[in-house]
Design a protein around this ligand. Sequence first.
Ligand code: CA
Length: 225
Amino acid sequence: MAKKILLIEDEEKIARFTELELVHEGYEVKKAFNGRDGLELALQGGIDLVLLDVMLPELNGLEVLRRLRKESQVPVIMLTARDAVMDKVSGLDAGADDYITKPFAIEELLARIRVALKKSGGSHPQTNQITVCDVTLDTDRHEVTCQGELIELTHREYELVRVLMTNRNVVMNRENLINLVCGYDYVGETNIIDVYVRYIRSKIDDRFGIKLIHTVRGVGYVIKE
Ligand code: CA
């Protein structure tokens, strides 16, 4: 049976686009455009997972989550604005299972949905760690370690590693990487990603003698298993 996802998002464009992708993936989608309607639908039950925007009219996402958690343990993934660290922290404190930063790559959202659904299905232990060639990304702790040693990364370096690792085995082009790492409103050097890759290589590859980020000539970058 198709899993039911409740999408609570007031930006209609994002809601429509996300709905199309989810339906295409085989999910059944219900939508609400404000927090009050969303909470009501969520409390009616029969939902397998909630995608919950933070900035919502009527009742904001955090308040929806707080009220929902009094009655339901349905998995919730928060949709937060870029760099809104407080939202992420408060969301996780209030009982969100995960969060994803807007704008998000649909593949990443789908991956997180699968993880959250598996976790609630109870058949697989939850892990927020991904390891590729000795390098471990821990999205709970916001940390990258290599061979057990913590790597000091700037915010954007971390984001670049996170995007490439969560999309591992997928070649990401520079434009997508700029959008995901620096934001859609980024104006500046177009070789910025190459610069971050160089920094990351000096901090990880050179130091530990591994090859983490591969260059795909003329396209972009990939982290491969
Ligand atoms: Ca919103």
